[in-house]
Design a protein around this ligand. Structure first.
Ligand code: ADP
Length: 397
């Protein structure tokens, strides 16, 4: 177990790409920290700098309080599990798992070995390695596979061997770079659960990279959302979901993503093309203000009623309504996602505003493409953001 701290860490690649831009991050002992964000946001570069595989351009990286910017990768006591597993094809599973330990023995202290009697030391080490391989193998369910070669394993089994090789050395920190992305959907779910259990068992400090926000949310003690080389939010997954720090996080975290409508706030009402929502007085900074902003609400905070239904029959208290037309109905078993466009007659020239509502399957039973509907928005759960892709959340009371 160890702490990992990044202070104003940046990476500038040759050619002027600023892949990581002055990020601050403090990862605690035994924490499962997930870096998540779209492709190219700087996740892997951050991980590779922690591993020592990439030079740090600026800032300070500390492991357990010691500055390690210039410490070679092999001396950082870190294990790295890659997306493609990087197993040695000519070694068996047992040899792959033992590999790191054998390496350490080979580069161990020859003087000590000589003084203590090389043969004894070697014998003891071999017994220790064999014992460790057995422990790891039983932890990960590899017992039946120890004599096989990587080519004789399924993707999921290879992935377990790669994790086995990482944990065999008992390193201070584990780094995972998209370790599940080569697995099919079912195996990914299963392995995710196993990783979570393994983390609990090892109490290890883990830094884990993924572009999959759902995977990130289920694994993370600490969720770090990145975009354009910067940290957009560093919190628990629940906080990122409930109170996204900015519009980027709001749109990135959650499936389906948060509905976002660009518009204008004035006199206590949010206005956009085809949308006029009176909002409760939850934004003290907006009193008497008139300003552009974006309104957001989660798909499960909306309900739908047919435009022909008797007005108010299903209205939500403190709710507000948006006229829309159904463009797709996705039935997912217990729930249904209804995609809509804000009604054309009230939309101005600009692009159509798309909305999604997630409702109970029975509520959507008779819903069809082309239906004219009213979206009832629960205004107690709407968010407001400053304009722009990363517009900050406007604090509500
Ligand atoms: P992610 O892991 O989030 O997909 P990366 O850390 O791999 O992102 O990349 C961040 C940015 O740095 C991207 O714009 C990428 O093209 C660039 N980049 C990554 N590696 C190199 C490299 N070796 N040389 C130049 N640019 C790179």
């Amino acid at each position: 177990m160890a702490t990992v701290t990044l202070a104003q860490v940046s990476k500038m690649y040759d050619g002027g790409v600023r892949a990581v831009d002055a990020i601050d991050l403090a990862i605690n002992h035994g924490e499962f920290c997930v870096l998540v964000g779209p492709s190219g946001c700087g996740k892997s570069t951050t991980l590779r700098m922690i591993a020592g595989l990439e030079e740090i351009t600026d800032g300070v990286l500390e492991i357990d309080g010691a500055r390690v910017n210039d410490l070679p990768a092999k001396d950082r006591d870190i294990a790295f599990v890659f997306q493609n597993y990087a197993l040695y094809p000519h070694l068996t599973v047992a040899q792959n798992v033992a590999f790191g330990l054998e390496q350490r023995r080979a580069h161990g202290n020859p003087l000590r070995a000589m003084l203590t009697g090389q043969r004894d030391a070697r014998g003891r080490e071999s017994a220790h390695i064999a014992q460790r391989v057995r422990e790891v193998s039983s932890t990960l369910g590899l017992d039946e596979l120890l004599t096989r070669y990587p080519r004789e394993l399924s993707g999921g089994q290879r992935q377990r061997v790669a994790v086995g090789r990482a944990i065999a050395r008992n390193p201070k920190v584990f780094l995972f770079d998209e370790p599940l992305s080569n697995l099919d959907a079912r195996l990914r779910l299963e392995t995710r659960t196993q990783l979570r259990l393994l983390h609990r068992r090892l109490s290890a400090t883990i830094v884990y990279v993924t572009h999959d926000q759902e995977e990130a949310m289920t694994l993370a003690d600490r969720l770090v959302v990145m975009h354009q080389g910067r940290v957009q939010q560093n919190s628990t997954a629940q906080i990122a979901y409930e109170t996204p720090a900015n519009r980027f996080v709001a749109a990135f975290i959650g499936t389906p993503p948060m509905n976002l409508i660009d518009g204008h706030f004035a006199h206590g009402t949010f206005e956009s093309h085809g949308v006029s929502l009176p909002l409760p007085a939850r934004w003290p900074s907006l009193i008497n203000q008139s300003k552009p902003c974006a309104l957001g609400f989660r798909p499960d905070r909306a309900r739908i009623e047919r435009a022909t239904a008797h007005d108010g029959a299903h209205s939500v208290s403190a709710g507000a309504k948006i006229n829309a037309r159904v463009v797709a109905v996705e039935r997912l078993g217990d729930r249904t996602d209804i995609a809509m466009e804000v009604a054309r007659e009230s939309a101005m020239n600009g692009g159509q505003t798309r909305l999604v509502a997630r409702v109970n399957a029975d509520e959507a039973e008779h819903m069809r493409e082309g239906d004219e509907v009213r979206v009832l928005v629960d205004t107690a759960h709407v968010h407001l953001f400053e304009p722009g892709e990363c517009g900050a959340r406007i604090t509500a009371s």
